[in-house]
Write a protein that binds this ligand. Structure first.
Ligand code: GRF
Length: 211
């Protein structure tokens, strides 16, 4: 059975969605850079091993990433998932997990990489927003896109109503992509990721709220 390590920094709702998804894989550990991450308690309550590698205890990004990589590799994971992990990782770290490191990002990339995606989406007046799961490469939020889910943006949306609509889709999209990975269905060819077998893209095109 394949094994997975999940990295979180905060609430951990995407991690929770993964834990509840009955994946055919072992969740070997949940690791956080933040000792106060709420998700740690959720994981521990479900009997999942948790670890903290506190970035504040390291004087450089390199030394933090080295320790983090060592901690992750101790679990020999087939897949490492950044599920709300809020640290930028060094190129060396990313290279060492090539094609087995994925991230969930709360926008339809390549629009709105980085932080405050919902605020920026509202400021730009976009009518469709959403989330993206992608393989991680050294450049921030720009690795090969695996899948996306879209939601409408309404005139009376606030940052928090929009965030709530997007995160609901994140909780559907991330476990689905992880299943594809576990079933060896993903093929990376340059910037494009192809999915072997049957794909029902309609499930991800737009939020059920609009249908
Ligand atoms: C999610 O919106 C994720 O896409 C972003 O940070 C948020 C984390 O939420 N990177 P949670 O910790 O999974 O609840």
């Amino acid at each position: 059975m394949k094994s997975i390590v999940i990295l979180i920094s905060g609430r951990g709702s995407n991690m929770e969605a993964l834990l509840g998804a009955h994946l055919r894989a072992r969740i070997a550990a949940v690791i956080s850079n933040n000792v106060d991450a709420k998700g740690l308690a959720i994981a521990a309550a479900r009997g999942v091993t948790t670890e903290v590698v506190n970035h504040r205890h390291y004087d450089s990004r390199e030394s933090f990433d080295q320790r983090l990589a060592q901690c992750i590799e101790g679990y020999r994971p087939d897949l490492v998932i950044l599920a709300g992990f809020m640290r930028i990782l060094t190129d060396g770290f990313v290279e060492s997990f090539k094609n087995r490191l994925i991230n969930i990002h709360p926008s339809l990339l390549p629009a709105f990489p980085g932080t405050n995606t919902h605020r920026r989406a509202l400021q730009e007046g976009v009518k469709i927003h959403g989330c993206t799961v992608h393989f991680v490469t050294p450049a921030l939020d720009s690795g090969p896109i695996i899948a996306q889910a879209a939601v409408p943006v309404f005139d009376d949306d606030s940052e928090s109503t929009l965030a709530a609509r997007v995160v609901q889709q994140e909780h559907r999209l991330l476990p689905e992509v992880v299943r594809w990975f576990l079933d060896d269905r993903l093929r990376v060819d340059g910037r494009r990721v192809a999915l072997a077998g049957t794909y029902a893209p309609a499930a991800f095109l737009i939020s059920p709220a609009l249908q």
